[in-house]
Design a protein around this ligand. Structure first.
Ligand code: BF8
Ligand code: SF4
Length: 645
């Protein structure tokens, strides 16, 4: 095997733990995501532009919009149609992933309602009742279990075809809902929009590229105001509303003298059970017998974020750490559910004693041990998984143990309820600070790692520039983990913020970068934005807000981008989406959407330039609201000087 990352690995990450483990990979001849990327290069130019199509057997086709090659596929589809279809399919896949996760949580609520589970119960009865009221259900005199059953039954309709509008979308300002109605993008049924997206993008159905993209937006909205929102709301109801707590991040959270279990994936159903099973006296005794001092759980990706937010479980790393963490030699089991789990992890684990344990029947990994998770007897399965990890402790090879860094402390747990609580119960202090200009605005910095970009740099640098210019940053997903590792999420990080934001954070004892949770929890940002807009009596697009996904890689991130922009929030992407083969589609996404949804996309890989774009946007919004504002163009646009990869 050729290890091509070689001495170039310093360019691949800004984090000390990743660089240290890349050295181990090189020394031991273990392949990583960066090596595989190098072997793919140069990647296909047509696919990068979005102008390749393989959706039917008359193809595959490639069109060459800027050259002398074919301008149409065999069926006659041009670059606009092919790019729009491909983008719509990305959004449908992303929205389906989030929404199917939401469905799994919903089915769990349904089981609680039916009394068919040995492990789950209602943790937040008040939130359950409030949700039931939103769905028009009578709760008076009913038990939590009865309400759970009725609410679950109602929410199952959200996935079907009887609704004309998704109920949770009515949380948006009425002016926003009117835009959705007038453009035919108001989401109806979650499954319906996704299936229709697949139907429309079959050969010979929707061939009007604008019409395709409008439906893609509707599909995205069915995720943001539907499937993802259900996932977040019901996870809170079942597992608890997150509250602020101190925890830690990076590979230093692993323990050399304990059994280490990594929780990787997205769905908190299983990980919540593992958290309970790992505290079971019987399991702890087994661990002791095996010679370990305890059982240490650590998260990866969004499952990690879920248990960090609610239980304070430390986080081993974000997306690009999944192979590297195994090379510490201390992982007894990597327990995976679904999404963003590279199939490569089983091969890396094969170089060590680590077991990869897959748990969902819809997500199997060759080379992994499969323990099928069933919520009805979840605790027994949770214990079986923990026991399997504990029994593996004696197989650890002490000479191969290498935990390269000390953990970085950080604060997580900022649900909207927790933010309002920190503000004294109402959003007014935040609104006042924005009005006064001590806080200029707020930005959601979200999304993934992508090996094409230096790991964590986009997230961390962009966040730095924003907070030092008094812009509050809220984070989710793998972006949040980057900020945590970089020390931007402790209350002391108020020192890194500008004078105005810093003073507010110090007064409240909070960091200038607030961890809102996993990627489905981007819906917390929608809820906060809608609450701010409704309080001020304006639409979301009038607010000094923006979104950014500096290092996104996944289809889910594209779905998020679609619903965030269609909800009125300007969004800057760090990785270019595969749309540049159609100048028409690019113009629509970066300019045309402004007239429809009051927000657009921008693509800017350089975090300093992305920060300037966002600051200009926020100052423009402030000025439009009649608030004190800088002249947007007075904010300098830096030259590209950062080495991106
Ligand atoms: O849903 S941020 S790499 S782990 S897709 Fe995946 Fe991206 Fe991480 Fe979470 Ni979100
Ligand atoms: Fe080619 Fe058209 Fe078939 Fe796509 S749908 S593969 S462009 S013939």
């Amino acid at each position: 095997m050729t290890i091509v990352s070689g001495n170039g690995f310093k360019k691949k990450s800004i984090t000390a733990d990743a660089l240290a483990m890349m050295e181990v990979a090189q020394r031991e001849g273990i392949e990583t995501v960066w090596d595989r990327l190098a072997k793919q290069e140069p990647q296909c130019g047509y696919c990068n532009l979005g102008t390749s199509c393989r959706i039917c057997a008359m193809g595959p086709c490639r069109v060459d919009p800027f050259g002398d090659g074919p301008q149409k596929g065999v069926c006659g589809a041009d670059a606009d149609i092919i790019v729009a279809r491909n983008l719509a399919r990305m959004i449908a896949a992303g929205a389906s992933s989030h929404s199917d996760h939401g469905r799994d949580i919903l089915e769990t609520l349904h089981r609680v309602g039916e009394g068919k589970t040995d492990v789950y119960s209602i943790s937040e009865p008040e939130k359950l009742k409030a949700l039931a009221a939103e769905y028009g259900l009578e709760t008076e005199g009913k038990s939590d279990q009865e309400i759970a059953a009725e609410l679950a039954w109602e929410m199952m309709e959200d996935f079907g075809m009887r609704r004309e509008k998704l109920p949770l979308a009515s949380r948006a300002p009425s002016s926003r809902q009117e835009i959705w109605e007038n453009t035919g993008t108001y989401p109806r049924g979650i499954d319906r929009e996704n299936v229709e997206a697949l139907h429309r993008t079959h050969m010979g159905v929707d061939n009007d590229w604008v019409n395709i993209l409008l439906h893609a937006v509707r599909t995205g909205l069915s995720d943001g105001w539907g499937g993802s929102m259900i996932a977040t709301e019901l996870s809170d109801v079942l597992f608890g509303i997150p509250t602020p707590k101190i925890s830690s991040m990076n590979l230093g959270v692993l323990k050399a003298d304990e059994v280490n279990i990594i929780l990787h994936g997205h769905n908190p159903m299983l990980s919540e059970v593992i958290v309970a099973a790992a505290q079971d006296p019987e399991m702890l005794k087994l661990a002791e017998k095996a010679g370990a001092k305890g059982i240490n759980l650590a998260g990866l990706c969004c499952t990690g974020n879920e248990v960090l937010m609610r239980k304070g479980i430390p986080m081993a790393g974000n997306h690009l750490m999944q192979e590297l963490c195994i090379m510490t030699g201390v992982i007894e089991a990597m327990v995976v559910d679904y999404q963003c789990i590279m199939p490569a992890v089983t091969e890396t684990a094969g170089c060590y004693h680590t077991k990869v344990i897959s748990t969902f029947d819809k997500a199997k990994f060759p080379g992994a041990e499969h323990i099928s998770f069933n919520p009805e007897n979840g605790m027994a399965i949770g214990k079986q998984i923990v026991q399997s990890a504990v029994e593996n402790y004696t197989n650890r090879v002490p000479e191969r143990v290498h935990i390269p860094v000390e953990p970085a402390p950080m604060m997580a747990g900022f649900s909207i309820e927790a933010i309002l609580n920190a503000l004294g119960g109402t959003p007014d202090p935040l609104i006042d600070a924005i009005k006064e200009g001590t806080i200029r605005g707020a930005v959601g910095v979200v999304g993934c790692n992508n090996p094409k970009l230096k790991q964590d740099m986009g997230q961390v640098e962009l966040t730095k520039r924003l907070i030092e210019n008094d812009i509050l940053v809220v984070v989710t997903g793998c972006a949040a983990v980057a900020n945590g590792k970089a020390g931007q999420m402790v209350p002391e990080a108020a020192e890194m913020a500008g004078e105005g934001l810093g003073a507010v954070c110090k007064a409240l004892g909070i960091p200038p970068v607030l961890h809102l949770g996993s990627c489905v929890d981007n819906t917390r940002i929608l809820v906060l934005a809608a609450a701010l807009a409704n309080t001020l009596g304006v639409d979301i697009d009038a607010l000094p807000l923006a979104g950014a996904a500096p290092e996104w890689y996944s289809e889910k991130a594209v779905a998020i981008g679609a619903y965030v922009v269609a909800s009125g929030i300007y969004t800057v992407l760090g990785t270019a989406p595969p749309v540049f083969g159609s100048p028409n589609v690019v113009k629509l996404l970066t300019e045309g959407l402004q007239g429809v949804f009051g927000a657009t996309f921008a693509v800017e890989p350089d975090p300093n330039r992305a920060a300037a774009l966002i600051r200009r946007h926020i100052e423009k919004k402030r000025s439009d609201l009649g608030l004190s504002a800088l002249e947007p163009e007075s904010i300098p646009m830096p030259e590209v000087e950062v080495a991106l990869a």
